[in-house]
Design a protein around this ligand. Structure first.
Ligand SMILES: *[C@@H]1O[C@H](CO)[C@@H](O)[C@H](O)[C@H]1NC(C)=O
Ligand SMILES: *[C@@H]1O[C@H](CO)[C@@H](O)[C@H](O)[C@H]1NC(C)=O
Ligand SMILES: *[C@@H]1O[C@H](CO)[C@@H](O)[C@H](O)[C@H]1NC(C)=O
Ligand SMILES: *[C@@H]1O[C@H](CO)[C@@H](O)[C@H](O)[C@H]1NC(C)=O
Ligand SMILES: *[C@@H]1O[C@H](CO)[C@@H](O)[C@H](O)[C@H]1NC(C)=O
Length: 754
């Protein structure tokens, strides 16, 4: 009870007589007392941005603008730092506080703080005291940071007082007791009143007094084991309790002696408080706009309200670093190159860091997707199955096409060689590719004829080497299957296949060479061939008026005078004669018929399709194919051999056609056979009714002469049609006789055509 009363009295006394209570008060000790060098970890360094000519450092301390050494270098006198060069290294001061470091980002300044203490050499007598009393009111920029500092008392019979404000109306503190050293807290334990105690600090504290008292007034009951009481304000986390702090150490040093005046850090909040404050950005400036203030002059800076009290601070925008109070581009808030911090910056292993102005990107590497900046980072990009399938199919198709093209090339090459291309090339025959043939025929557009073996198309070769440049041609395409079938038939019967192939090739090459070399005005000229097909495509000169067959019997019937008919007969016969006598190898046409005698625009005959049987290399060609049996030599039927006389026989039929304008088989149901009918009427001397009436109706006709001529031709034809081949004339003889007939026909008034 007594104790409580004394306590109350003491508090009352302290409150009422603040100055008396600090009768031990000594002038504020200079904050420069010699002490061991501090080993306080400095805050992260801030880039210095002093004005031109102003030093940025004082000793080892960075002095960033708005702070400066002297009024001229600082934003105002509030931020002026004095640098005392009588120390080495020099020490910066603001007021009486020695500055440890300044942080622009946090708006903080760390300074050295002092300890208030009292030590007893008996329960009632003291041998040393020290009391802190100071005010920050000299400088409105500074306030004690309530969050970063803590008030601490040390001792075993200690009441630590914290007295503040101009009128000292603030009064707080903490009490710590221990009946013996053993009852004190263990080393490093939290200060809870056993040897040490701590209490928080209010905001907006500028003036401070730190004092102490005892349980019993002016009596330290614990003086023998804990002679001193200590109290101080220090940075939170700096002090850790240690029982040695209660006693004197081996060198008779107290806690005060040990820490001196340059050890305990204290954090001050600073701000620009000269009436300014953050101004909200204009409404139309966009969502990302930040508040501004006069001192925040760097381009990428914005204003932040002071952590306590009035005023503001400046800060760099996100992604920028530097001094927001400095307008200089490099010293002010500048882009942070995030990517340079480590090899790949803040980006993960699957992305590549790319610095941008005020930011950075993490671009995902190949085959990865996502945002490298996000928590998930870049994940492996799995191609969707349909994409893989599509790619695979495309690949297969391309490969298939390539192999098909390759096979086709090989096949074409093979055919080319099989067809004797190598030999023919040397002879000088124009050899066309399949593509060229397609171009020539304009994709086989105009079919002008054909038969069992294939089709004939009209075409045009455009070539600078020709005169005229555009040459009309007939392209003869043979249907491979039908030929192949025939060829197969003949092959099976005889020698081994490769032997046969060789023979065929030789025969074909020889025939083509012959056709190419033999040049006669009444023979259709071979221009070239294409060997890339199974059966070669042959390109002939184009003969305009069509075949004799068409002119006599067909749709485009023409009026033909006897001399004209004789000219046609003579021309054709000359061609066949030339063929039969040419070279060492006897060339047989094999398929002489009116359909194979073509007429050009002047009605000059041109024999075509010679050597067909050779080209097709089929002995029993006529039988198998049922080529025009009406023209076929009966001897061939018996022997199976074509001879030049077989051509003569066929030509006989053509002669009869010419003078009668009747088909070899004519009449209703083709019941009448021309050769038989003519022979019959010749025997009965009534040939006149067989002849084409048109001949005798000709205005120029001398019927007497013409009848004679027609009978002569008829007689020649009958000789050609003789059953006995030996009785037939040769083609040369036929030519001679026809010329004689012509001279009779033109005896008086004939006009010469050739
Ligand atoms: C520098 O410090 C010394 C020692 O404390 C003191 O005597 C002197 O006055 C100081 N100088 C200034 C300019 O404050
Ligand atoms: C300034 O910005 C930094 C980084 O964005 C931040 O850590 C700091 O707290 C800010 N300072 C103030 C006073 O808002
Ligand atoms: C305690 O210290 C004071 C001042 O130094 C001195 O006057 C006094 O005699 C001392 N008392 C004892 C008991 O040592
Ligand atoms: C307490 O202080 C003493 C003397 O300064 C020191 O030797 C000891 O290591 C400290 N103990 C701890 C736990 O810090
Ligand atoms: C320790 O210091 C105190 C006061 O300074 C003094 O009274 C005492 O005699 C000293 N003791 C030793 C052992 O030096």
């Amino acid at each position: 009870m007594k104790r409580l009363a004394t306590m109350a009295a003491q508090v009352l006394w302290f409150l009422l007589t603040p100055t008396v209570a600090f009768s031990y008060l000594i002038p504020l000790p200079p904050l420069v007392a010699a002490a061991s060098g501090s080993d306080i970890a400095p805050l992260p360094p801030v880039v210095a941005a002093p004005r031109p000519g102003c030093p940025s450092m004082c000793g080892n301390v960075n002095i960033p603008y708005p702070f400066g050494i002297g009024d001229e270098c600082a934003l105002g006198s509030d931020f002026a730092i004095t640098c005392n060069h009588s120390f080495n290294p020099p020490r910066p001061y603001t007021g009486d506080f020695e500055v440890i470091s300044i942080s622009l980002e946090a708006g903080e300044m760390r300074v050295f703080s002092d300890v208030s203490y009292i030590c007893y050499n008996s329960s009632k007598t003291t041998d040393s005291t020290g009391v802190i009393t100071w005010t920050l009111s000299f400088n409105p920029a500074f306030l004690i940071s309530p969050t970063r500092n803590v008030f601490t008392g040390i001792g075993c019979d200690t009441w630590a007082y914290l007295n503040g404000r101009e009128d000292f109306s603030f009064f707080s503190g903490c009490i710590t007791t221990c009946n013996s050293l053993d009852e004190a807290a263990e080393d490093n334990e939290v200060c809870t009143g056993l040897g040490c105690c701590q209490s928080s600090i209010p905001t907006k504290l500028t003036t401070i007094k730190i004092g102490w008292g005892n349980q019993e007034n002016y009596r330290n009951l614990a003086w023998e084991y804990s002679p001193c009481n200590y109290a101080f304000i220090g940075e939170k986390g700096w002090y850790h309790f240690n029982r040695t702090d209660l006693t004197r150490d081996a060198n008779n040093k107290t806690f005060t002696d040990r820490v001196g005046s340059r050890t305990i850090p204290m954090v001050l909040d600073w701000a620009i408080r000269d009436g300014g404050s953050c101004k909200a950005p204009p409404k139309d400036a966009g969502a990302s706009a930040k508040p501004t203030a006069p001192a925040c002059i760097s381009r990428n800076s914005f204003c932040v309200s002071a952590t306590q009290g009035p005023g503001y601070l400046c800060n760099c925008s996100k992604g920028y670093t530097g001094n927001p109070y400095d307008a200089d581009v490099t010293r002010g808030c500048a882009n942070i190159n995030e990517c340079s911090s480590t090899t790949n910056g803040p980006c993960g292993m699957y992305s590549t860091c790319e610095d941008t102005d005020g930011d950075y990107n993490c671009k995902c590497n190949f085959n990865r997707k996502g945002d490298g900046k996000s928590e998930n980072g870049c994940y492996e990009y799995v191609f969707p199955p349909y994409a893989i399938a599509a790619a695979a199919i495309t690949l297969v198709v391309i490969l298939a096409c390539l192999s098909i093209i390759l096979l086709m090339r090989r096949e074409q090459k093979k055919l080319f060689n099989k067809n004797g291309g190598d030999i023919l090339k040397e002879v000088g025959i124009k050899i066309f590719t399949k593509g060229e043939v397609k171009t020539i025929t304009k994709s086989y557009r105009n079919r002008i004829g054909g038969g069992y073996f294939g089709d004939v198309y009209e075409g045009t070769i455009i070539d600078d080497t020709y005169t005229p440049q555009a040459l009309q041609v007939a392209v003869k395409c043979t249907v491979a299957k039908k030929v192949a079938r025939l060829r197969q038939k003949s092959l099976r019967r005889e020698a081994p296949q490769h032997e046969q192939e060789k023979l065929w090739k030789e025969g074909f090459v020889r025939e083509i060479c012959f056709q190419f070399k033999v040049k006669h005005p009444n023979m259709v000229r071979l221009i070239g061939c294409c060997l890339e097909t199974d059966v070669p495509i042959l390109v002939f000169e184009f003969v305009g008026k069509g075949s004799l067959h068409e002119v006599l019997h067909g749709a485009n019937k023409l009026t033909l005078t006897l001399p004209k008919r004789l000219d046609i007969a003579i021309g054709s016969a000359e061609a066949l004669s030339h063929m039969h006598s040419h070279g060492d190898y006897k060339h047989v046409h094999g398929d002489v018929k009116s359909a194979n005698i073509l007429l050009d625009d002047n009605l000059n005959p041109k024999v075509s399709d010679f050597g067909s049987s050779k080209l097709l290399s089929v002995k029993n060609y006529a039988m198998d194919v049922a080529a025009d049996g009406n023209y076929t030599d009966p001897v061939y039927h018996n022997t199976g051999h074509f001879t030049v006389k077989s051509d003569v026989y066929s030509f006989g039929v053509v002669l009869l056609e010419l003078i009668t304008r009747k088909k070899p088989r004519y009449g209703s149901g083709d019941a009448n056979i021309l050769t038989i009918d003519y022979k019959k009427s010749s025997k009965n001397h009534c040939t006149a009714r067989m002849y084409d009436a048109e001949i005798l109706c000709d205005g120029n006709a001398q019927s007497h002469q013409y009848m004679e001529c027609l009978d002569m031709v008829g007689a020649l034809a009958i000789r050609c049609l003789s059953e006995d081949a030996d009785e037939r004339p040769t083609m040369a003889e036929v030519v001679d006789e026809l010329n004689q007939v012509k001279s009779i026909a033109c005896r008086s008034s004939c006009y010469h055509l050739s």
